[in-house]
Design a protein around this ligand. Structure first.
Ligand SMILES: N[C@@H](CCC[C@H](N)C(=O)O)C(=O)O
Length: 285
């Protein structure tokens, strides 16, 4: 059972290639939780299962969170997967069409594979598409209560769902304190990824992230895309900007139709073998 570990700005993923796995289906939720566990497993912010052939591309990808749930899209997961394909599958072109549950995207590997760009698709703020409960509307500057605090938020989807909370100052502590309550808020029937957003200037924002199914992470590509698109929609930033996260920086371009392109580094960490003994531990905390 081979695995390949990469990180994109500290957002780490394990690639499991179906061609190297003993079963034809991906590991089940319990096995995913064990593999991703930071103490009892290999440790990662998720699992990338692919490539497998689809109707439109040889590069099908399924993305799993460390709690065993499946995500529609992941910006850093896609960038890592493109780098994995480049490292191991000898693709004819550095531009790779990849199919996810959240739609088809195109990734481009460049700078000797040190950096990867992904055309993430279009951001929508429309409630049924995210989804957010209540009437059909753009979810801009609404309020929610989490624990002891009321927040003004915007919601967006770029294939997967995001809640963006703009504030004058942000901290990792905010994400840790309110992340789980907002992820599981009744407004969001499929749960949600959360970003606290601080606008530095018209070309730079900072975010702190709480990911659905993963918790606090050092970086997130779809979160960067959603937060940048919200900041642009609110008129606070230009259409080209840098997103600062605890793990590093991503460059974003936003088209007039809110199609988002993101670029940043990807690093290869390790190739290894998962031992069957990992799955025998009776109960993970
Ligand atoms: N780290 C990712 C997002 C992964 C999926 C997310 N947790 C979800 O459930 O939607 C990224 O880089 O976009």
């Amino acid at each position: 059972m081979l695995f390949h570990k990469y990180h994109a700005l500290g957002n780490d993923y394990i690639v499991i290639d179906p061609a190297e796995w003993p079963e034809s289906s991906p590991p089940d939720a319990a096995a995913i939780r064990a593999i991703c566990h930071r103490n009892f497993g290999v440790g990662s912010d998720g699992i990338l299962w692919g490539p497998f052939p689809t109707e439109h591309t040889p590069y099908g990808l399924r993305i799993f969170n460390p709690d065993g749930s499946e995500a529609e899209k992941s910006g850093n997961g896609l960038r890592i997967f493109a780098r994995y394909l480049w490292d191991t599958h000898q693709p004819e072109s550095a531009t790779l069409p990849i199919s996810t549950l959240g739609g088809e995207v195109v990734a481009t590997v460049h700078d000797g594979a040190a950096r990867v760009t992904v055309d993430m698709g279009r951001v929508t703020f429309q409630s049924p598409k995210i989804p957010v409960t209540g009437p059909d509307r753009e979810v801009i500057n609404e309020t929610l209560t989490a624990g002891d605090q009321e927040f003004t938020f915007c919601a967006a989807s770029i294939g997967n769902p995001h809640c963006v909370v703009p504030l004058p100052e942000i901290s990792a502590d905010l994400a840790h304190r309110y992340g789980a309550a907002i992820e599981n808020h009744p407004l969001f029937p499929q749960r949600i990824n959360l970003q606290f957003l601080q606008v530095i200037d018209r070309r730079r924002i900072r975010i702190e992230i709480w990911e659905r199914g993963a918790g606090y992470t050092l970086a997130s590509g779809s979160s960067s895309s959603a937060a940048a698109a919200v900041a642009h929609r609110l008129g606070l930033v230009d259409d080209q900007l840098t997103v600062e996260m605890p793990g590093g920086e991503i460059e974003i371009t936003i088209d007039p139709d809110y199609a988002v392109q993101l670029t940043g580094s990807v690093n290869r960490v390790a190739d290894g073998t998962i031992d069957a003994d990992l799955f025998t531990f009776p109960r993970l905390p």
